[in-house]
Design a protein around this ligand. Structure first.
Ligand code: SF4
Length: 329
């Protein structure tokens, strides 16, 4: 086996069945990174609590998300990736408390993501919401991850973690690792409306586990170029979200689709049918693998449990070093 370049950590909130936005924005990067890095992927259920009041579906969402990730190629068995649930390794909350002692409050309240959350949830600006970047720093540093996959717009978060690590190490000694960014392509995938980001809460998504019929039904509702009112109207593929998705899932056909759209040689219905077919074919092996995994009772939870055991091994060693550095009695 090739020597790995370093240790990657990344986490995502449990949101249940994954959609194309999750796939293009995160999952396919996670799968690819396994070739070069020792990867630790975490379903961050504690982070979800900062904005989630009704937790009744948390377990189901965690299961469905893990099932999708495993079926898509996150590979604990073959490639040694650690996949686990954040709260299953409680040391993260200890480290969060210790890191909070070196975190200036003003730095947290000035973060653009905090301001955005306050705008979204003005009625529930809780303490956890303010401190969630500290919990994120704890996630990364608890596993001594040195490489964090980020899109360019997520750089401020990583900078925050690096700053907290520097402050901690300055006060207590060089214990924690300052992580470096691994810039990856995190495309903003638009939803069926062609305007807003694809998201569960907006209902404008296509699940990657959808059946071919479900895919077609969803694709047929997609908004296209509004200037194409009649079949003979030439289209503008560059502003059409159907065409954007063709770019990811219709390899070898994209250029012809653009030409045909511009010359009105293809109608939007036909173009969408083609996309639906290509999507269904692209995710066929995934659906098969997903069905196999879902058929084995308890398999997904077993993988998550094994992941938590391996993550705990690292976490307890790191916490021992941290406690000694802080001189906790
Ligand atoms: Fe979009 Fe295809 Fe219609 Fe062109 S033909 S506007 S690319 S759906």
């Amino acid at each position: 086996m090739n020597k790995k370049k370093g240790r990657v950590f990344s986490g995502a909130r449990p949101t249940g069945r994954q959609h194309l936005g999750n796939y293009l924005g995160a999952i396919r990067n996670y799968v690819a990174l396994q070739d070069d890095y020792e990867c630790i992927y975490c379903i961050v259920d504690l982070h979800a609590l900062t904005t989630l009041e009704d937790t009744s579906q948390l377990r189901e969402w965690t299961y469905e998300m893990a099932l999708d990730w495993l079926a898509a190629g996150i590979d604990p068995e073959g490639r040694g990736t650690i996949l686990f649930v954040q709260s299953h390794v409680p040391e993260v909350t200890q480290l969060h408390t210790l890191l909070s002692m070196v975190t200036p409050l003003g730095r947290l309240t000035r973060l653009p993501t905090f301001k955005e959350k306050v705008r979204q949830h003005p009625e529930d600006v809780n303490y956890g919401l303010v401190g969630y970047p500290v919990l994120m720093a704890a996630d990364i540093t608890l596993y001594k991850a040195d490489t964090i996959p980020v899109g360019v717009d997520q750089t401020p978060h990583l900078e925050f973690t690096r700053d907290i690590v520097r402050r901690f190490n300055q006060r207590y000694g060089e214990v924690l690792i300052e992580p470096e960014p691994e810039y990856t392509d995190f495309p903003k995938v638009l939803g069926l409306d062609g305007e807003q980001k694809m998201s569960k809460s907006l209902g404008n998504y296509i699940e990657i586990a959808a059946s071919p019929d479900e895919i077609e039904a969803r694709v047929m509702t997609m908004v296209t170029d509004p200037q194409r009112r009649r079949l003979s109207d030439p289209g503008r593929p560059e502003i059409c979200n159907v065409f954007t998705l063709h770019g990811y899932f219709s390899a070898g056909e994209v250029e012809q689709i653009a030409v045909d759209c511009r010359h009105a040689d293809i109608g939007c219905v036909q173009c969408k049918k083609l996309l639906a077919e290509n999507l269904a074919a692209y995710f066929a092996p995934f659906r098969e693998r997903r069905a196999e995994l879902a058929d084995e009772p308890g398999r997904v939870w077993q993988v998550l449990e094994e992941g938590a055991t391996r993550a705990s091994d690292i976490a307890s060693r790191v916490m021992k070093e941290v406690r000694e550095a802080v001189k906790l009695p």
